[in-house]
Design a protein around this ligand. Structure first.
Ligand SMILES: Nc1ncnc2c1ncn2[C@@H]1O[C@H](COP(=O)(O)OP(=O)(O)O)[C@@H](O)[C@H]1O
Ligand SMILES: [Mg+2]
Length: 311
């Protein structure tokens, strides 16, 4: 099996913070973001998926390039398939969620809330009788707070009152996220995909300019459906075909208690391989480019490519 990038421990790159998926090295004015192959679910790491880190890093890189005339982004350099050198920004503690379809099953999903009777979402008031997976008349900005533990679905007024964001900045986030989402949907459609919903993170640079940070339109931050079968699925009441990671979650639910067990069983190699294949397929379908795996072993390659960034 190809090697997987589980974690890094570079001593010359700055103080390390460990995210769920990324190792982040903090330098005075920049961050070294190393996207690993860690795969998280149930608030923990459930597997290491070959090539996943590269897919996420390079998919984001592609989208940052496609959207840089809409908003400035944090990318300074991409010295390695798994690494982005980013401008360090002051994080805005709001997850800028954009939704294009009435879907989802979790508590915060728009379909769940619609079923419970909610009709007002951002600037939109939805009619009665909408069906699951139906397209919204226009995309809706549906932000949550970004907090330790659980993100909360506060109203814009509450977010502003609780000091998460100013009214002026909220408006700028909404405008920018909407433009990014529309661009994403247009480009996805050209590639036979529907960008269903997504989440952006933004920061501010020293001069207070809005900067798009973190990741954009990846298989992890966004939901994707296949365009060509969507209408037929809706017409016959089936779920749209999509980029699906659920099968691995299901395996863990069947073979463990993933929210409680201290150690989890190891996922079957065949399932992990299948997930890896699907990530690569997503990269190729989204970008229209061929996926070329970085040289292995990845750790040694990254160490070499990051030499110029030692501090
Ligand atoms: N340019 C940036 N400036 C500051 N923070 C950033 C920037 N880009 C990404 N981040 C933060 O770095 C982390 C990325 O690591 P990740 O593994 O995705 O974390 P998480 O577990 O929070 O999703 C996120 O917390 C994200 O908010
Ligand atoms: Mg993240």
């Amino acid at each position: 099996m190809t090697d997987v990038l589980k974690e890094t421990n570079f001593h010359s790159l700055g103080r390390k913070k460990t995210g769920k998926v990324r190792d982040i090295y903090e330098q005075p004015e920049r961050l070294i973001l190393i996207t690993t192959d860690r795969h998280s679910s149930f608030d923990r790491i459930i597997a290491h998926v070959p090539h996943k880190g590269q897919v996420l890093n390079q998919t984001s890189a592609w989208w940052f390039e496609q959207t840089k005339n809409i908003v400035r982004n944090h990318v300074l350099a991409i010295p390695d398939p798994n690494v982005t050198v980013a401008e360090k920004c002051k994080m805005i503690p709001v997850e800028a969620v954009m939704r294009g379809y009435v879907t989802g099953v979790t508590d915060t999903a728009i379909w769940t809330r619609y079923q419970k009777g909610q009709r007002i979402f951002g600037d939109l008031t939805l009619p009665e009788g909408m069906k699951k997976n139906q397209k919204l008349p226009v995309p809706v900005f549906d932000p949550t707070t970004k907090e330790e533990g659980h993100d909360r679905a506060l109203t814009p007024q509450e977010m502003i009152a609780e000091g998460f964001i100013t009214a002026e900045l909220f408006e700028r986030l909404k405008q920018t996220a909407t433009k990014l989402f529309v661009r994403g949907q247009e480009l996805a459609a050209k590639r036979g995909l529907i960008l269903v919903d997504t989440k952006y993170e933004f920061g501010l640079d020293e001069r207070g300019t809005l900067v798009l940070i973190d990741e954009i339109h990846t298989p992890d931050s966004s939901r994707w459906w296949k365009l060509d079968s969507y209408d037929a699925c809706i017409a016959t009441g089936r779920e749209p075909e999509y980029f699906d990671k659920e099968f691995l979650r299901l395996w863990f639910k069947e073979h463990s208690d993933p929210y409680k067990d201290t150690t989890l069983p190891e996922a079957p190699a065949a399932l992990v391989e299948e997930l890896s294949r699907r990530y690569i397929e997503m990269y190729e379908q989204i970008t229209g480019g061929k996926f070329i795996a970085g040289e292995e072993p990845a750790l040694a390659r990254i160490a070499k490519n990051l030499k110029p960034y030692a501090i």
